[in-house]
Structure formats: C-alpha cells, structure tokens
Design a binder for this molecule. Structure first.
Ligand SMILES: [Zn+2]
Length: 322
C-alpha cells in the first residue's frame, strides 16, 4: 500500500533529458501539451496525462486513443518521486516522466445499484441482498469507518477511515430497502439519478427523492443512460446538462458530480463536465481505491455485487483487491 500511496497526486509532466538527467528542458502543468516528442507508445505531441488509474498513468493521444503505463518504475529525483512513463529515442533521447510530490488519502467509494432480493431483471449481480447490505453497513460502523458525504471527498484526510457510499440509476429499492439502513447508522450517501427515469416503474419517485434528502445527495447519471463516449459532443453536453437542471429543480440541491453511464467517457466528456460545473465524475471499471489529489473526473469506485462475501468486501475496502 505504501508503494501505491507514494505515487499519488499533484501530477506534473516533465520532459527530462535522459542523457544528463539534471537538465530539465521543459516542464508544464498537468494538462498542457507535451512538445517536441516523436510518437512512441501511443504518445504524441498533443498527449496529456488524464490521471492515475488502476496503478497506471493514463494518457490520451490522437482523439480518444491513448494508453496507460504502470507506475511501478519510479526514481527519486531532487526530492520528488518521478515515475518514468517511457523513453523516446527520437529526435533525441528523452524520458517522459511524472512527478508526485504529495501523498494522497485513500477514499474507498462503494457503489451499488439495486438493493433487493426480488431479481426482476436479468442482471442479478446488480441486486445486492438487503441482508448483506445491512451487514456491510454494520461492518463499516464496527470497523471504525467514517462514512462521509460525497462533497467531502477532497477533505477526506480530516476523517478517520473515510469511505463514501453511492448508488447508480436511482432504483426505488434504494428508498424502501437501503435508506432505512442508512438512517439506522446515520450514514450519508449519494444516488446518481437518470433524470428521465424518475418515477418509472422500479425507479425512485420525486416524493421519495425529497424524503431521502436528509441523508442522500442526488447527483447526475445523465438524461437517458447512454454511453457518453459513443455520442457527439452536443449530445453528450445535453445528457449532462438537462439532467443536472432537472435534478437541481427537483431537489433544490446543487448537482456537482456525475457518474458516467457504463463508465463510458472520453476527453470530450471530461471537458464538458468541467464546463458545466461538475467537480467530480465517477467510473465503473476498473475498480479500486481513489486517492485524494488524483484526477477528480475519473474517480475509481468499488463495485459491491450480489453474493460478494464479507472477506471480499473487506479486501476491496483495504485496497487488497479491485
Ligand atoms: Zn447506470
């Protein structure tokens, strides 16, 4: 775990001369383009780093193509941890590297869908058994976790063993089966709503949403739940803006976070989310622990699925498995 934590946050791209390592020829902020680099390993002149994900550095290249590089290889350089992305032979020898001077705080973000033993859809893994859900909440309490509101994610270091609870899609059982358990422990949670599904069969009604507001923050899961990366920028924008307006009008609360349907996003999605005022956006896969200071627009979560036993649940919370 120490090895992982060492690599987190405050990412700066450096293009350092590989021959004569003390000569740094360029340094730029996280999203500035990399200049004077011949394309290698899917990197190109316009590449920028998207963030750290699944113990890898994720970068984009042409359009949505890009890649990721494991961050296991690191060196100490002038007091900072430098993660070597790769070396480029042309036009002159360089190493493309990241610097991670600060340590982040681990924030497991759990995500659920349905909490019901009535398996009314074919996707059974999405149905958490209410009894298992209750046991998981009990474990968080007894193990000394602090369940924090989503809005506190970047302040997680102020809490003992912070953890965040989220639900995707806005199913009605979140009100009938999960909310009473959350009330029992006074655990805050977040539900990502599909705005056009509110009030449909199996989905939360407006009245139920209003009743849950004392503990539950309602955030955005788009208008129609289509995979954003497959949509044009204009449609992506509508999916993230029209839903935001509907949810804010219903709840009277600010919408500042989104979960990408099916975890689908591209760099355009991130730019749109930023422009619309979103502060955070959440993934589905790959799963894992979020560390404060990582890219807040690709926040990893832990998928809690039907049948997961308590040891697996604990391992995921501890970052021992994804
Ligand atoms: Zn969903």
């Amino acid at each position: 775990m120490g090895r992982k934590r060492l690599m987190r946050s405050s990412i700066i791209i450096l293009v350092a001369l590989f021959i004569g390592i003390n000569t740094v020829c360029a340094a730029s902020a996280m999203e500035s383009p990399i200049s004077s680099i011949t394309p290698v390993n899917n990197l190109n002149k316009s590449s920028s780093v998207l963030g750290l994900l699944n113990h890898s550095v994720v970068y984009n290249g042409n359009g949505s193509t890009g890649g990721s590089v494991p961050i296991d290889n690191s060196i100490d350089y002038n007091g900072a941890t430098v993660i070597v992305l790769g070396t480029l032979a042309q036009p002159k020898p360089v190493a493309l590297a990241l610097v991670a001077p600060k340590l982040g705080v681990a924030v497991p973000v759990l995500y659920y869908h349905l909490v019901d033993d009535n398996l009314w859809s074919p996707f059974h893994s999405m149905f958490m058994s209410p009894s298992d859900f209750a046991n998981q909440m009990k474990y968080l309490k007894t193990a000394g976790y602090t369940v924090i509101p989503l809005a506190q994610i970047e302040n997680a270091g102020q809490y003992t063993k912070p953890v965040i609870i989220t639900f995707d899609d806005g199913y009605e059982d979140n009100y009938t089966n999960a909310y009473p358990v959350l009330k029992e422990y006074n655990f805050p949670a977040t539900v990502f709503l599909i705005s056009s599904f509110i009030g449909r069969t199996h989905y939360l009604t407006g009245q139920e949403i209003l009743q849950m507001r004392d503990l539950v923050s309602f955030q955005d899961h788009t208008v129609t739940h289509r995979s954003l990366a497959t949509l044009s920028p204009a449609v992506q924008e509508n999916e993230l803006s029209a839903s935001k307006q509907v949810i804010e009008a219903l709840t009277g609360q600010k919408v500042f976070a989104a979960a990408y349907p099916d975890g689908s996003y591209d760099q355009t999605t991130i730019e749109i989310a930023k422009q619309l005022g979103y502060k955070y956006a959440f993934l589905m896969v790959p799963g894992g622990i979020y560390y404060t200071g990582e890219n807040p627009y690709i926040i990893k979560r832990i998928n809690v699925v039907r049948g997961m036993d308590m040891n697996d649940f604990i391992d995921k919370l501890d970052g021992l498995s994804t």
